[in-house]
Ligand binder design. Sequence first.
Ligand code: GLN
Length: 194
Amino acid sequence: TPVIGVLALQGDVREHLIALASADAVARPVRRPEELAEVDGLVIPGGESTTMSKLAVLFGMLEPLRERVAAGMPVYGTCAGMILLADKILDPRSGQETVGGIDMIVRRNAFGRQNESFEAAVEFAGVLGGPVDGVFIRAPWVESVGARAEVVAVHGGHIVAVRQGNALATSFHPELTGDHRVHALFTEMVRSVG
Ligand code: GLN
Protein backbone atom coordinates (compact mmCIF):
# COMPACT_ATOMS: atom_id res chain seq x y z
CA THR A 1 0.00 0.00 0.00
CA PRO A 2 1.48 3.36 -0.97
CA VAL A 3 2.25 5.85 1.78
CA ILE A 4 1.12 9.30 0.69
CA GLY A 5 1.88 12.45 2.63
CA VAL A 6 -0.15 15.64 2.74
CA LEU A 7 1.93 18.80 3.10
CA ALA A 8 0.62 20.09 6.43
CA LEU A 9 1.93 23.66 6.68
CA GLN A 10 -1.42 25.32 5.92
CA GLY A 11 -4.66 24.54 4.12
CA ASP A 12 -7.23 21.75 3.92
CA VAL A 13 -4.97 18.92 5.06
CA ARG A 14 -7.57 16.87 6.92
CA GLU A 15 -9.91 16.56 3.91
CA HIS A 16 -7.05 15.18 1.79
CA LEU A 17 -6.04 12.69 4.48
CA ILE A 18 -9.62 11.38 4.53
CA ALA A 19 -9.90 11.26 0.71
CA LEU A 20 -6.58 9.39 0.41
CA ALA A 21 -7.58 6.88 3.06
CA SER A 22 -10.80 6.18 1.12
CA ALA A 23 -8.68 5.75 -2.01
CA ASP A 24 -6.73 2.90 -0.36
CA ALA A 25 -3.56 4.79 0.50
CA VAL A 26 -1.89 5.14 3.89
CA ALA A 27 -2.07 8.90 4.44
CA ARG A 28 -0.07 11.03 6.86
CA PRO A 29 0.68 14.72 7.42
CA VAL A 30 4.14 15.95 6.39
CA ARG A 31 5.75 19.02 7.97
CA ARG A 32 9.46 18.22 8.15
CA PRO A 33 12.13 17.05 5.71
CA GLU A 34 12.47 13.75 7.65
CA GLU A 35 8.75 13.11 7.18
CA LEU A 36 8.96 13.96 3.48
CA ALA A 37 11.76 11.43 3.07
CA GLU A 38 9.45 8.64 4.29
CA VAL A 39 6.52 9.03 1.88
CA ASP A 40 6.08 7.55 -1.61
CA GLY A 41 4.02 10.48 -2.87
CA LEU A 42 2.75 13.85 -1.68
CA VAL A 43 -0.40 15.97 -1.91
CA ILE A 44 -0.08 19.75 -1.67
CA PRO A 45 -3.49 20.95 -0.43
CA GLY A 46 -5.62 24.00 -1.12
CA GLY A 47 -5.19 27.05 1.06
CA GLU A 48 -3.30 30.23 0.36
CA SER A 49 -0.31 29.80 -1.88
CA THR A 50 1.77 32.78 -0.69
CA THR A 51 1.38 31.76 2.97
CA MET A 52 2.14 28.15 2.13
CA SER A 53 5.28 29.07 0.22
CA LYS A 54 6.52 31.30 3.05
CA LEU A 55 5.89 28.53 5.58
CA ALA A 56 7.72 26.07 3.33
CA VAL A 57 10.77 28.35 3.47
CA LEU A 58 10.46 28.77 7.27
CA PHE A 59 10.17 25.02 7.84
CA GLY A 60 13.17 24.30 5.60
CA MET A 61 10.89 22.41 3.22
CA LEU A 62 11.20 24.33 -0.04
CA GLU A 63 14.51 22.82 -1.22
CA PRO A 64 13.65 19.25 -0.08
CA LEU A 65 10.31 19.55 -1.91
CA ARG A 66 12.01 20.81 -5.08
CA GLU A 67 14.54 17.99 -4.92
CA ARG A 68 12.02 15.20 -4.45
CA VAL A 69 9.67 16.50 -7.12
CA ALA A 70 12.60 16.90 -9.53
CA ALA A 71 13.64 13.32 -8.69
CA GLY A 72 10.22 12.07 -9.80
CA MET A 73 8.26 11.63 -6.57
CA PRO A 74 4.55 11.59 -7.50
CA VAL A 75 2.90 14.82 -6.39
CA TYR A 76 -0.65 16.17 -6.62
CA GLY A 77 -1.56 19.80 -5.97
CA THR A 78 -5.08 21.20 -5.56
CA CYS A 79 -5.75 24.92 -6.02
CA ALA A 80 -3.02 26.62 -3.93
CA GLY A 81 -1.15 23.32 -4.39
CA MET A 82 -1.48 23.71 -8.17
CA ILE A 83 0.09 27.15 -7.85
CA LEU A 84 3.02 25.65 -5.91
CA LEU A 85 3.61 23.08 -8.67
CA ALA A 86 3.71 25.68 -11.45
CA ASP A 87 7.10 26.47 -12.93
CA LYS A 88 5.82 30.03 -13.27
CA ILE A 89 3.15 32.23 -11.65
CA LEU A 90 1.79 35.02 -13.83
CA ASP A 91 1.18 37.44 -10.95
CA PRO A 92 3.34 36.34 -8.00
CA ARG A 93 3.13 38.25 -4.72
CA SER A 94 6.46 39.37 -3.31
CA GLY A 95 8.29 36.53 -1.61
CA GLN A 96 6.11 33.93 -3.31
CA GLU A 97 8.18 30.92 -4.36
CA THR A 98 7.08 27.78 -6.12
CA VAL A 99 8.24 24.19 -5.91
CA GLY A 100 7.70 23.82 -9.65
CA GLY A 101 7.55 20.53 -11.52
CA ILE A 102 4.91 21.29 -14.13
CA ASP A 103 5.78 23.36 -17.18
CA MET A 104 2.81 25.71 -16.93
CA ILE A 105 2.00 29.33 -16.18
CA VAL A 106 -0.73 29.77 -13.56
CA ARG A 107 -2.92 32.80 -12.94
CA ARG A 108 -3.92 33.13 -9.28
CA ASN A 109 -7.56 33.89 -8.33
CA ALA A 110 -8.29 33.78 -12.04
CA PHE A 111 -11.98 32.94 -11.87
CA GLY A 112 -12.58 36.34 -10.33
CA ARG A 113 -14.67 38.08 -7.72
CA GLN A 114 -18.25 37.57 -8.83
CA ASN A 115 -17.48 33.90 -9.22
CA GLU A 116 -15.14 33.30 -6.30
CA SER A 117 -16.77 29.97 -5.45
CA PHE A 118 -18.75 27.68 -7.68
CA GLU A 119 -19.24 24.06 -8.60
CA ALA A 120 -19.25 22.60 -12.09
CA ALA A 121 -19.18 19.19 -13.74
CA VAL A 122 -15.71 18.71 -15.21
CA GLU A 123 -14.69 16.05 -17.74
CA PHE A 124 -11.37 14.64 -16.55
CA ALA A 125 -9.18 12.60 -18.90
CA GLY A 126 -8.09 9.41 -17.15
CA VAL A 127 -10.98 9.40 -14.67
CA LEU A 128 -13.63 6.89 -15.69
CA GLY A 129 -17.34 6.99 -14.89
CA GLY A 130 -18.37 10.47 -15.97
CA PRO A 131 -17.43 14.04 -15.03
CA VAL A 132 -16.14 14.95 -11.58
CA ASP A 133 -17.81 17.58 -9.43
CA GLY A 134 -15.37 20.49 -9.57
CA VAL A 135 -15.42 22.69 -6.47
CA PHE A 136 -13.68 25.97 -7.33
CA ILE A 137 -12.76 28.36 -4.47
CA ARG A 138 -10.87 31.50 -5.49
CA ALA A 139 -9.35 29.15 -7.97
CA PRO A 140 -6.43 29.64 -10.32
CA TRP A 141 -6.49 28.61 -13.94
CA VAL A 142 -3.63 27.60 -16.17
CA GLU A 143 -2.81 30.30 -18.66
CA SER A 144 -0.60 28.07 -20.82
CA VAL A 145 1.31 24.80 -20.72
CA GLY A 146 4.63 23.78 -22.23
CA ALA A 147 5.18 20.80 -24.52
CA ARG A 148 5.80 18.29 -21.71
CA ALA A 149 2.58 19.06 -19.85
CA GLU A 150 -0.71 17.37 -20.74
CA VAL A 151 -4.03 19.18 -20.27
CA VAL A 152 -6.44 16.74 -18.60
CA ALA A 153 -9.41 19.01 -17.85
CA VAL A 154 -10.85 22.26 -19.18
CA HIS A 155 -13.69 24.37 -17.81
CA GLY A 156 -15.24 27.36 -19.59
CA GLY A 157 -12.37 27.41 -22.08
CA HIS A 158 -9.74 27.49 -19.32
CA ILE A 159 -7.27 24.77 -18.37
CA VAL A 160 -8.12 23.47 -14.88
CA ALA A 161 -6.13 20.22 -14.62
CA VAL A 162 -2.69 19.29 -15.92
CA ARG A 163 -0.45 16.26 -15.71
CA GLN A 164 3.27 16.09 -16.40
CA GLY A 165 4.87 12.74 -15.72
CA ASN A 166 4.31 11.99 -12.03
CA ALA A 167 2.94 15.45 -11.23
CA LEU A 168 -0.78 16.24 -11.28
CA ALA A 169 -2.52 19.53 -10.51
CA THR A 170 -6.17 20.66 -10.37
CA SER A 171 -7.63 24.17 -9.94
CA PHE A 172 -10.48 22.59 -8.03
CA HIS A 173 -10.86 20.54 -4.83
CA PRO A 174 -11.91 16.88 -5.21
CA GLU A 175 -11.12 16.43 -1.49
CA LEU A 176 -14.21 18.51 -0.66
CA THR A 177 -16.59 16.13 -2.41
CA GLY A 178 -17.46 12.55 -1.52
CA ASP A 179 -16.06 11.46 -4.88
CA HIS A 180 -12.53 10.16 -4.47
CA ARG A 181 -11.80 9.13 -8.07
CA VAL A 182 -9.09 11.77 -8.57
CA HIS A 183 -7.38 10.64 -5.34
CA ALA A 184 -7.69 7.06 -6.60
CA LEU A 185 -6.01 8.10 -9.86
CA PHE A 186 -3.19 9.71 -7.88
CA THR A 187 -2.85 6.67 -5.63
CA GLU A 188 -2.46 4.56 -8.80
CA MET A 189 0.25 6.96 -10.04
CA VAL A 190 2.11 6.43 -6.75
CA ARG A 191 1.60 2.67 -6.87
CA SER A 192 2.97 2.45 -10.41
CA VAL A 193 6.19 4.22 -9.37
CA GLY A 194 6.70 2.38 -6.10
N1 GLN B 1 -6.48 31.84 -4.16
C1 GLN B 1 -5.65 31.00 -3.38
C2 GLN B 1 -4.17 31.24 -3.60
O1 GLN B 1 -3.75 32.08 -4.30
C3 GLN B 1 -5.96 29.53 -3.63
C4 GLN B 1 -7.33 29.19 -3.10
C5 GLN B 1 -7.52 27.76 -2.75
O2 GLN B 1 -6.56 26.99 -2.55
N2 GLN B 1 -8.76 27.38 -2.56
O3 GLN B 1 -3.38 30.58 -3.05
